[in-house]
Design a protein. Sequence first.
Length: 232
Amino acid sequence: MRIDVLTLFPQAFESPLSCSILKRAQDNGLVEIALTDIRDFTGDSYRKVDDRPYGGGPGMVMMARPVFDCFEHVEKLSNERGRVILLTPQGQKFDQAKARQFSVDKRLILIAGKYEGFDERIRTGLGAEQVSIGDYVLNGGELAAMVIIDAVVRLLDGALGDEDSAKDESFSEGLLEYPHYTRPEVFRGMKVPDVLLSGDHAKIAEWRRRQALERTKKQRPDLLKGIALEEY
C-alpha cells in the first residue's frame, strides 16, 4: 500500500511515523508513506495557500490552485490513482468498517486542511471523499490523517505480531472488546475472574462474548442497532 499525505505541516507526522507499528510496517515494505508540503506549490514567494471567503464571513479558506497543483504532482508518483480523501468535519464518520474498507486499497491520498476549510472546488474537482474522525473541530487535518493511517496500517497483513489481534479488538465484530487481565492473579484485593484461569477455552470464549455484549450495552448501546443479539 502507498499512502500520500498532502499537508501544510509535514513535520507534524515525523514522530508518529517513526516508531512502533507504523515504523515496522514501513521498514518491512508493507506500506510506503509519503508527505508532500502544499506550500511548495504556491508559485509565489509568500507561499500563500489561503484567502478570504467570497460572500464574507470569518476565517480564511484554503485556495484551490495550490492544492490542485500539489495533487497533480503527487498523483504522478505512482501508477495507482488511489482513493482521494479530504479530512473535514463535514465528512462521513470514520469507523472500523471504513478502516477495513480503506485497508484493501492499493493507495490512499489524504488531504489535510487548515483554516476555515477547503474551497469547495477542491472536493468536486478532485472527486474527493470527505471523511471526519468525529463530531468536533480540530486546528487542522493532520491529526485526523494520523488517526486514519494508524487505523488502516495495523489492518494490513503482517503489520501486527499476532494475526488474531485485529480480529479480537473493539468494533471488529460490532461490539466493544471484552476485559483483559494479566499477572498477578490478585492485585489490591481485585482478583482475575476464575473462568480465565480454568483453561476451558469454550467457557473462556463464552465469557468473553458475554462481557463484550454487556460492556457494549452499557457504554455504547448505539452499536447494537441492527445486530442480531441471539448470536451472542
